[in-house]
Design a protein around this ligand. Structure first.
Ligand code: NAD
Ligand code: DAU
Length: 332
């Protein structure tokens, strides 16, 4: 199995989950080690690692030719960065996916593409509907537009060239090894480093949070019994939890008052509400999340995540001041 972006947040967790639960896979990783990738996440694991760019057709061709299956996580993944400079998003998310698709076509290798719920745009806060496999695309940010473009490439390569591919759209993940630019680890490490947690705008936005291990389990369900050419939506039914509630829960779990955070400048074009209807993968593939229900499951998932950041300062401390400096420059 070739895993692209395996030194990032979800890729690292997916590799660890795979080695533990599906030890028959031999894993090869291709990762450029951008600011978001960290080789130490994988140190000591029984894998083969190549530092390289998914846009480099020679490297990609050689690694794909040796694989039976490619799971494609590599991407520029942070919305706020895409608002500051979209160019690496165009390059990695579009050109990189194209280069992988051409290689899997040449070598007839199974491909799983990791997409996101953000390709569907957002819902109004008072709209109770959810995204499903048939929701039309309506991306809002340069990040989600490039992810949408990469999905369209995969679908076109399935239809035009008959490649053996599947796509999954997952909602917001949390868990260990997530870069501290993202909402949950940013707040945990703010508190651990004596800073005040930062909430964008009023914090009414809703994200359908899912623990990263539940995402890994869903991807394996698709690899084992998904139908080629199909798309699967993945979510854990947390679509009633707004950012204010999550930041308060983090404060409370870390021994602070639930309102011990400050409001900062909102994200331009901020998506309001994401909500996932994951009935297809539950019904057809028998997957279901373990960390569901905000009051028990998400609380437990957050407790583990907080403990992990507390015990792994080496993962985040060296980057913390610089990440906060660049947020401060945006009034955030
Ligand atoms: P991340 O930013 O933590 O990791 C991305 C990894 O890709 C890094 O290791 C980076 O070095 C690598 N990479 C970037 N550009 C590369 C290139 N040109 N060539 C090779 N490697 C490159 O991202 P993440 O949060 O782990 O997200 C992984 C995937 O899951 C992405 O495709 C993202 O769109 C998708 N996704 C993320 C979430 C989420 O909540 N984080 C939810 C749904 C889908
Ligand atoms: O929905 C899936 C997507 O989830 C993935 O495709 C992306 O790769 C991933 O980064 C994530 O995107 P979001 O933009 O939703 O995640 P982020 O962690 O940046 O922000 C989550 C919410 O928290 C969002 O409403 C903005 C808000 N926020 C974020 C930060 C960093 C804050 O209120 N304060 C913050 O400091």
């Amino acid at each position: 199995m070739l895993v692209t972006g395996g030194a990032g947040f979800i890729g690292t967790n997916f590799i660890r989950y795979t080695l533990k639960n599906f030890p028959h896979y031999e894993i090869s990783v291709l990762d450029k080690l951008t600011y978001a990738g960290n080789f130490n996440n994988l140190r000591g694991l029984d894998i083969r690692f190549t530092q390289g760019d998914i846009c480099d057709t020679n490297v990609v061709d050689s690694l794909v030719s040796q694989a039976d299956i490619v799971v494609h996580f590599a991407a520029e993944s942070h919305n706020d960065n895409s608002l500051r400079d979209p160019s690496p998003f165009i390059y990695t998310n579009l050109v990189g996916t194209y280069s992988l698709l051409e290689a899997v076509r040449r070598h007839e290798v199974r491909f799983h593409h990791i997409s996101t719920d953000e390709v569907f745009g957002d819902l109004a806060l008072d709209d109770p509907s959810r995204f499903s496999e048939t929701t039309p695309y309506r991306p809002s940010s340069p990040y989600s537009a490039t992810k949408a473009g990469s999905d369209h490439l995969v679908r076109a390569w399935v239809r035009s060239f008959g490649i053996a591919a599947t796509i999954s759209h997952c909602s917001n993940n949390y868990g260990p090894y997530q870069h501290i630019e993202k909402f949950i680890p940013r707040q945990i490490t703010n508190i651990l480093s004596g800073r005040t947690p930062k909430l964008y705008g009023t914090g009414e936005q809703v994200r359908d949070w899912i623990h990263v291990d539940d995402h890994s389990a869903a991807v394996h369900a698709i690899l084992s019994s998904g139908t080629l050419g199909e798309t699967y939506v993945i979510g854990a039914d947390n679509d009633h939890v707004n950012n204010r509630r999550v930041i308060s829960l983090i404060c409370e779990l870390m021994g602070l008052s639930p309102d011990a955070y400050e409001h900062v400048a909102d994200r331009p074009g901020h998506d309001q509400r994401y909500a996932m209807d994951s009935s297809k993968i539950r019904r057809e593939l028998g997957w279901k999340p373990r960390y569901t229900d905000t009051d028990t499951g998400m609380r437990e998932g957050l407790e583990h995540t907080i403990a992990w950041y507390r015990e792994h300062e080496e993962f985040w401390l060296a980057d913390k001041a610089q990440v906060e400096q660049s947020y401060a420059e945006q009034g955030q």
